[in-house]
Write a protein that binds this ligand. Structure first.
Ligand code: ARG
Length: 403
């Protein structure tokens, strides 16, 4: 094993990463710097400091990344209307490259040659962390204790904690808990009874949205303002990216918006079933498509839709910092120059529906589309010729087929 001077650990303060912290100190006998990111997971972060201090950590970093997360990661992804396998808004996938970026930044600052994370060998998250580190600083080594140590079961994990006097909260003593990942964009829940896709998810897995059945009987009307593809205001009030997403999470959660029960294909090879709650993100996707509907040219919009699955898959698979993702991003960003205006939506019992849209850069022409007499010259005979030529090959084909 190469001797390491320092390791920067992505540390939540939870049981698993507390055990990892101890294991790193024991195994490598070197200083561990902890990094805890506030991504809006809604957890107190000060306990993480206290726990790291108790474990003898001298350099403890706790950083509020909420604005950077939404501005530089979530919003660029929303400009693409990105959905993995048609449904997943990529809430965990998009958070990992940001965490990796800061792990690398701290490692460079303190002169550490390695970073460590608590993702397991079966999931997507290890790929997202490690591919990002590779792309940002190839000299940095990544340590993934879950792939290295001999702990193979929950029991062994708890034994290790006991032996090293790491406090185990009472709710973590029994059977394995759900695997939950939360941030400003979503909460994802996997494991336990959810591992059987035939089993209906119990009500208590939902943490930030009400059951649509219990949502208010009166709809709520909201207006979202967009500038160059990004949301900038809610009901006329300008907000920072993180504040805006927080506001929409509250509204969406109250109306039961953004629940998803999904079986997806992990990059590593297996199918997995998860419950996602993405209230604000779901509203924003609908609203963004609404503003694009009047501001994007047809061919531009269709090209975006063609590349979207590819772009979403890159993010899902962990290639955020890869050249092809950046190339696609440049294309997407260029398309957004005129995606400005306002979209009004109705939130009601689990759905967010666009009910009106306006834009100073609208391409929509009532004069052009109207059934009534119009000022704009449109020669109906042109349509006749257009259809005749488009039908030319079909008539030829049908005649050959003997129809
Ligand atoms: N399956 C989702 C994804 O790959 C969520 C993963 C969340 N991570 C977790 N530790 N529960 O994006």
């Amino acid at each position: 094993m190469t001797k390491l001077e320092k390791i920067v650990l992505s540390y939540s303060g939870g049981l698993d990463t507390s055990i990892i912290l101890k294991w790193l100190q024991e195994t490598y006998g070197c200083e561990v710097v902890t990094f805890t990111a506030d991504l809006g997971q809604g957890e107190e972060l000060e306990p993480a400091r206290a726990k790291a201090e108790m474990s003898g950590v001298k350099d403890i970093r706790i950083v509020d990344l909420r604005e950077e997360f939404v501005r530089d990661f979530v919003f660029p992804m929303l400009r693409a209307n990105a959905l993995y396998e048609g449904q997943y808004l990529l809430g965990s996938s998009i958070a990992r490259p940001l965490i990796a970026k800061h792990l690398v930044g701290i490692a460079q600052e303190v002169g550490a040659h390695a970073v460590a994370h608590g993702a397991t060998g079966k999931g997507n998250d290890q790929l997202r962390f490690e591919l990002a580190v590779n792309a940002l600083d190839p000299s940095i080594k990544v340590i993934a204790p879950w792939r290295q140590w001999n702990i193979r079961s929950r029991m062994q994990l708890l034994e290790y904690a006991e032996k090293h006097r790491i406090p185990v909260p009472s709710d973590k003593r029994g059977e394995a808990p759900f695997s939950i990942d939360a941030n400003l964009l979503h909460t994802s829940t996997e494991g336990k009874s959810l591992e059987n896709p035939a089993e209906v998810a119990p009500d208590h897995v939902y943490q930030r949205t009400v059951d649509p059945v219990d949502a208010p009987d009166t709809p709520e009307i909201i207006t979202i303002g967009f500038e160059r593809g990004d949301p900038v205001s809610v009901n006329g009030k300008s907000m920072t990216p993180a504040a805006l997403l927080t506001e929409l999470n509250g509204l969406g959660g109250r109306h039961g918006i953004g629940r998803l029960d999904l079986v997806e294909n992990r990059f590593i090879g297996m199918k997995s079933r998860g419950i996602y709650e993405t209230p604000g993100g779901t509203i924003l996707l609908t609203a963004h498509r609404g503003i694009e509907s009047i501001t994007l040219d047809r061919a531009a919009a269709h090209l975006k839709d063609e590349i979207m699955p590819r772009y979403a898959e890159l993010i899902y698979n962990g290639f955020w910092f890869a050249p092809e993702r950046e190339m696609l991003q440049a294309l997407i960003d260029q398309s957004q120059a005129f995606v400005s205006g306002e979209v009004t939506l109705r939130l009601y019992k689990g759905s967010a529906s666009v009910i009106s849209r306006t834009s100073p850069c609208s391409l929509y022409s009532a004069d052009l589309v109207t059934f009534e007499e119009s000022a704009i010259a449109f020669d109906h005979h042109d349509a006749e010729g257009f259809i005749r030529l488009n039908g030319l090959r079909l008539r030829n084909w049908a005649a050959r087929n003997g129809r």
